[in-house]
Design a protein around this ligand. Structure first.
Ligand code: FES
Length: 151
């Protein structure tokens, strides 16, 4: 296993995406059991953009929004191994999340399916307004089973 090293490419991607210094630090540092990169309160588009069974990254933020039969959910894309932002260094799809840094894999609800990561991905609160716009509250963690029902 190689240690995670922040590449210039990653740093440029984070900065190009409007990433704050804290985001860059999170994308480039690597403490074991890494905490989610702070994303704050994020507008994540319309409910209609997320069909049942979907999981999508929100731009280059360390954040994904998914929808299953029970509703919407959001979770960090900060890999719990050493903190890579899997929106930038990885792959996110309805079948799960892969971290390119050292090969960890997570299911579509953030559960670890392959190490070296050992911790599940942190989930965040989701609200939907009358127009169907999704807001992720990155400052409010919720249980992995939490869902926001949508009509
Ligand atoms: S940071 Fe090591 S597997 Fe993701």
């Amino acid at each position: 296993m190689q240690n995670h090293v922040c590449s210039r490419r990653i740093a440029l991607k984070v900065l190009a995406a409007g990433g704050a210094a804290g985001t860059l630090a999170s994308a480039c540092s690597g403490p074991a059991g890494a905490a989610p990169a702070p994303v704050g309160v994020v507008q994540a588009g319309l409910v209609s953009s997320y069909p049942v069974g979907s999981l999508e990254p929100v731009g280059n933020l360390a954040l994904a929004v998914g929808r299953d039969a029970k509703g919407l959910y959001a979770m960090t894309l900060t890999c719990t191994h050493e903190g890579c932002n899997m929106a930038v260094e990885g792959n996110v799809s309805a079948s799960g999340i892969v971290c390119s840094c050292h090969g960890s894999q997570f299911d579509a609800n953030g559960g670890v399916t392959r190490g070296p990561a050992q911790e599940t991905l942190t989930h965040f609160a989701v609200t939907v307004d009358a127009s169907g716009t999704i807001t992720v509250h990155g400052d409010q963690t919720v249980a992995a089973s939490a869902r926001t029902p949508v009509a």
